[in-house]
Ligand binder design. Structure first.
Ligand code: SAH
Ligand code: SF4
Ligand code: F3S
Length: 468
C-alpha cells in the first residue's frame, strides 16, 4: 500500500488539524544580526514561493537552519541539531510526509559538501551569497536532488530577493535591520568571516535609501544598518562624490519618520572623521557604538592583524567622546589568543579600565580551521583561558552595572517596541540600547516617550512617564 496524505475531511474525522496546500517553513537563526536580517529576507523569498512561516519544527514541511561558524561551539551546534532532525524526518517519512531540511549561513559556506556527507538528513546547503537562488534550490531538491550552492556570484543577492511586504515589516516591529555592507577584507588571523562571507561589498546608496523608505512607510522608526564591517561601507552619493558611512547616515536622517539610526559592527580602522562628525551633528544617530578592540596588547593586536595599537584605539575613543560626550561604548574581546602572556592579558584589563564600557561580549579564543591563528604556536591552555575570561568578565560586568546605576533618576527618551511579559507593561529601548520597562499606559508601540528611570535590576531598567 502506498502512503497518501489524508484528505482534509478524513483528517478532521481523525481529529487532526486539516492540512492545507500551503507549505510551511520553520526558520532557526544562529549567529549575528546579519543572519537575522538574512533569515527575514529568505522568509520573504519563501513567502513569495508559497510558504507560510510557522514557529515549531513539528508544524513545518521545510526546516531552514541559518548557521554561524564563528567559534567551534557555534558550528558544532548545527550538527547536533541535524542529528535530532534526522529522527524527526525518519518519523515523518514513515508517516508518508516529505520533510525537507536546508542549511544556510556561514557553516553552509565553510563546509559545503561536507554537510551533505556528514548529515544525510540535509537536502539543500546554501551559502550566504546565494539566497536569491533558494526557491530554485528547493525545487531541485523536491525532484530528489541534493543541492549545494556555495558560489560567490557577481550579482547582488538582495536584487534577486523580493522586497519585504509592508505586512511583514509591520509584523517584525518598529525597529528594523538593514544590511548595507557584506563581507570583510580585514583578515584578522582568528576569524572565519572573510572566508564565509567573502570580500567586502557595499550596497548602492539608492537601494539602501529605497529600502529604508519602505521600512519607514510601513511604520519602522529605528533602523540599524548592518555590515560585517559596516563602517567600511562606501558608495557613490547623490552628489556624485564617493560617500562613506557618515554621509550615508546623513542622507538617511533626512527621511521623515526615521527617528533613530544605529549601525554595527565597526572596525576601529574605518572610523573616519565624517562618521565621528555625524555623531556630533545628528540627533537621529543614537549615542551607542559597538567598537570591538579584541585585545589591549600591541603584540597580540599585531599577531591578530588588527592593524592598530591599543593607544590608537584609546585615542580614537577620546575623539569620538569629544564629538558626542554621552556616547556609550561596547566592545568584543578575545582571551587566550596564541602567545598571549599574563602581561598581554593585563594590558587588556588596563585598556578596559581606561575605556570603561557600557556593554561587552567576550570569548575564549577558538581555533578555526583554515585561519592563520589555527597554525600558530603557543596556543594557550584551556584552563588559562577560563581563568582569564572569568576575570575579564567580572570587570566588564561591573562596568555594565555601573552604567545602569548611572542612569538612575535620569530622564531619557524611549522608543516603545513591544508588549511586556505582563499585560500592564510595555518595553522600550533607551538611546543606549537598554531595554526599559514602563507602564503600558505610557504610550503605544512606535511612540517615543520621555521617561524617568526609577529602578534597576540585573537585566532591566524600570521607568515612569514624564510629562513634557
Ligand atoms: N566584524 C567584527 C566582528 C565579527 S565576529 C569586528 O571586526 O570586530 C564577532 C566577534 O566574535 C569578534 O569581534 C570576536 O571578538 C569574536 N570572534 C571571532 N572569531 C573568533 C574566534 N576564532 N575565537 C573567539 N572569538 C572570536
Ligand atoms: Fe573578522 Fe576581523 Fe573582519 Fe571583523 S574585521 S569580520 S573580526 S576578519
Ligand atoms: Fe557567525 Fe557568519 Fe555572523 S560566522 S557571526 S553568522 S558572519
Amino acid at each position: 500500500m502506498t502512503n497518501v496524505p489524508p484528505t482534509a475531511e478524513s483528517a478532521i474525522l481523525a481529529g487532526a488539524e486539516p492540512r492545507t496546500n500551503t507549505r510551511k517553513v520553520f526558520i532557526k537563526t544562529y549567529g549575528c544580526q546579519m543572519n537575522v536580517y538574512d533569515s527575514e529576507r529568505m522568509g520573504d523569498a519563501l513567502t513569495g514561493d508559497g510558504y507560510q512561516a510557522v514557529d515549531t519544527v513539528e508544524a513545518a514541511d521545510l526546516i531552514l537552519i541559518n548557521t554561524c561558524h564563528i567559534r567551534e561551539k557555534a558550528a558544532e551546534k548545527v550538527y547536533s541539531q541535524l542529528g535530532r532532525l534526522a529522527k524527526l524526518k525518519k518519523q515523518r517519512n514513515a508517516e508518508g510526509g516529505d520533510l525537507m531540511v536546508a542549511v544556510a549561513g556561514c557553516v553552509a559556506q565553510a563546509e559545503g559538501q561536507e554537510i551533505i556527507r556528514r548529515a544525510p538528513v540535509v537536502d539543500v546547503v546554501i551559502g550566504p551569497q546565494t539566497y536569491h537562488r533558494l526557491p530554485q534550490a528547493l525545487a531541485k531538491a523536491r525532484q530528489g536532488e541534493r543541492v549545494v550552492e556555495t558560489d560567490f556570484p557577481a550579482e547582488d543577492k538582495f536584487d534577486g530577493l523580493p522586497n519585504t511586504s509592508a505586512r511583514a515589516i509591520r509584523a517584525r516591529g518598529v525597529a528594523a535591520f538593514l544590511t548595507v555592507q557584506e563581507g570583510c577584507d580585514k583578515f584578522c588571523t582568528f576569524c572565519v568571516v572573510p572566508y564565509t562571507r567573502g570580500a567586502e561589498v557595499s550596497r548602492p546608496v539608492d537601494r539602501i535609501v529605497q529600502e529604508a523608505q519602505r521600512l519607514v512607510d510601513a511604520g519602522v522608526r529605528e533602523i540599524t544598518l548592518l555590515g560585517q564591517n559596516v563602517n567600511a561601507w562606501h558608495g557613490k552619493g547623490a552628489d556624485g562624490r564617493e560617500w562613506g558611512l557618515g554621509e550615508l547616515v546623513r542622507r538617511l536622517a533626512e527621511i521623515d519618520g526615521l527617528v533613530r539610526i544605529r549601525y554595527t559592527t565597526s572596525h576601529p580602522r574605518d572610523m573616519d572623521d565624517s562618521l565621528i562628525a555625524a555623531h556630533r551633528d545628528l540627533p537621529e544617530l543614537m549615542p551607542y557604538l559597538h567598537l570591538p578592540v579584541q585585545s589591549g596588547s600591541d603584540a597580540i593586536l599585531k599577531a591578530m592583524n588588527r592593524r592598530h595599537t591599543a593607544d590608537e584605539y584609546v585615542r580614537l575613543v577620546e575623539r569620538i567622546r569629544a564629538a558626542r560626550p554621552d556616547i556609550a561604548l561596547s566592545g568584543d574581546f578575545i582571551v587566550g589568543f596564541p602567545g598571549e602572556t599574563d602581561a598581554d592579558f593585563e594590558n587588556t584589563m588596563d585598556l578596559i579600565r581606561e575605556v570603561n564600557y557600557a556593554a561587552a561580549f567576550s570569548f575564549k579564543y577558538s581555533i578555526r580551521p583554515g585561519t592563520p591563528g589555527a597554525g600558530m604556536e603557543d596556543q594557550v591552555a584551556e584552563a588559562v583561558k577560563t581563568e582569564r575570561l572569568a576575570r575579564l568578565q567580572a570587570l566588564l560586568s561591573e562596568q555594565t552595572r555601573a552604567f545602569g546605576r548611572q542612569c538612575m533618576g535620569k530622564t531619557v527618551d524611549l522608543l516603545l517596541e513591544k508588549p511586556g511579559r505582563n499585560t500592564h507593561q510595555i518595553v522600550g529601548r533607551s538611546p543606549w540600547l537598554q531595554p526599559v520597562i514602563v507602564d503600558a499606559k505610557a504610550g503605544k508601540i512606535g511612540d517615543i516617550v520621555s521617561v524617568r528611570i526609577t529602578e534597576t535590576d540585573s537585566s532591566s531598567l524600570f521607568a515612569e512617564r514624564v510629562e513634557c
